[in-house]
Design a protein. Structure first.
Length: 254
């Protein structure tokens, strides 16, 4: 196969389309968010698959059937007056620096085919600890676009995220702005070591305000409760280990 192959699965006539990207990353926040939108918008239509040799050399297996690693782009014609959506997700990101650039350019080419002028990259920003009420941090390609995001509850903190934004999410801002697109990244606070449905929900809540759509959160809330139980068990194990370590230390005193 070629370095990158685009499979045109279907076409869609979208109005004022917005690209929303959610690929694997910190806490899988962006991926969870886009997958939830796909579940809620039952009319979402698969329009493109993207295959690339920069993905891991593997296939996924479902019911014994193998499928080559790829990303998918779905089109959603939203009800009401809000813009239509182009939802990008997949199970992997590129394995090389060059691959990230080439894939992002491909995603932007496809987005422009559907008339996209606005792009939202979704992800998580690690805190190193569990967060009860995560905030949403933002980054934009153009400073003039901060006000609308702040009105929706997005925070812009000096020096955060400290390491910048890597992968497709970061390049959508950098490469998107060079194409004249209105590009922003929404990042939910997350511990960084657990899958975080709660953080995905707060990111979607911001998108709802910005793009005027409405979805139910019951499925994400159920998953968030499950993860809280997992986090509680992890904390309990850590406390037990610390207690055992303290007891061992006492045995060697004197």
């Amino acid at each position: 196969m070629d370095d990158i192959e685009i499979e045109a699965v279907a076409e869609a006539d979208l109005s004022d389309a917005v690209l929303i990207e959610g690929l694997p990353g910190v806490g899988n926040v962006g991926k969870l968010a886009v997958e939830h939108l796909l579940e809620e918008f039952e009319e979402a239509q698969l329009v493109r698959r993207v295959y690339a040799d920069v993905f891991p050399p593997q296939v996924s297996i479902e019911d014994g059937i193998a499928e080559l690693t790829h990303t998918e782009i779905h089109a959603v014609e939203t009800p009401g007056d809000g813009p239509d959506l182009l939802l990008l997700t997949g199970d992997h990101q590129a394995q090389s620096n060059e691959g990230h650039y080439h894939l992002t350019d491909t995603f932007l080419d496809i987005a422009e085919e559907f008339g996209v002028e606005r792009v939202f990259a979704l992800g998580g920003v690690p805190t190193g600890e569990l967060v009860d009420e995560p905030s949403v941090l933002g980054a934009v390609a153009d400073e003039s676009h901060t006000e609308a995001l702040e009105d929706a509850g997005v925070e812009f903190r000096e020096g955060e995220p400290a390491g910048g934004i890597v992968g497709v999410s970061g390049l959508l801002l950098g490469l998107g702005s060079r194409r004249g697109l209105d590009a922003a990244c929404l990042m939910g606070e997350t511990s960084g070591y657990l899958v975080d449905p709660q953080s995905a929900q707060v990111v979607i809540e911001v998108l709802q305000q910005l793009l005027d759509f409405d979805v139910d959160f019951e499925a994400l809330e159920d998953r968030a409760e499950e993860m809280k139980e997992v986090a509680g068990k992890i904390q309990e194990m850590q406390q037990q280990q610390q207690s055992l370590a303290s007891d061992d230390d006492l045995r060697y005193i004197g």
